[in-house]
Write a protein that binds this ligand. Structure first.
Ligand code: ZN
Ligand code: ZN
Length: 180
């Protein structure tokens, strides 16, 4: 949803309260949630306030994602969510504004906008992207697939010797062998 600064009333704009929550499941449409395969926004809040040309954004989101475990390939569902505060300053301004910003610098994200308006989907997506895991695992204790026999080691212990997988030197040896 594109929101012009001129549309935001003095008391602020509570986006989903005023425009309806029906659009929430579509906010992340068309965005790549890698390393997850699917990600759906379950709930979101976004309060926009203008103060001296700066745009203050306070919000939160809750999302549900699906992926495959990096180690054993089992499907994993996970929930992401957080509350955030961001302040956007018009790009044309050279200097960081207002003392109030400096005071809150530590717990605020500070960014820029073009001075006219913002795409609220982008704002939410940026926050969601920060919460995406680096990799998906079904559990930190997941023992994964045995590289030797291919068994899921969470379900079945195998007797393969640890380190039985070909090491870099063996691979190199094999490559050389193939050349000759
Ligand atoms: Zn796993
Ligand atoms: Zn094995």
């Amino acid at each position: 949803m594109y929101i012009r600064v001129s549309e935001i009333p003095g008391g602020g704009l509570d986006l989903f309260a005023s425009r309806g929550k029906a659009s929430i499941p579509r906010v992340l449409e068309g965005m790549d949630p890698a390393p997850l395969r699917k990600l759906r926004l379950v709930d979101a809040d976004l309060l926009l306030t203008v103060e001296g040309g700066d745009l203050w954004i306070e919000g939160s989101f809750e999302a549900q994602g699906e992926g495959l475990c990096d180690r054993c390939s089992d499907p994993v569902t996970l929930r992401l969510g957080k509350a955030f505060q961001t302040i956007l300053t018009p790009k044309s301004r050279d200097r960081a504004p207002a003392g109030s910003v400096e005071l809150h610098e530590e717990d605020l994200d500070v960014g820029y906008y073009d001075g006219t308006g913002v795409e609220t989907n982008d704002i939410l997506w940026e926050q969601v992207a920060l919460e995406l895991p680096m990799r998906v695992v079904c559990s930190e204790a997941c023992r994964g697939i045995c590289p030797v026999c291919g068994k899921n080691r969470n379900l079945e212990a195998c007797s393969c010797v640890a380190g039985g997988a070909p090491g870099p030197f063996e691979i190199l040896k094999n490559l050389k062998g193939k050349k000759e």
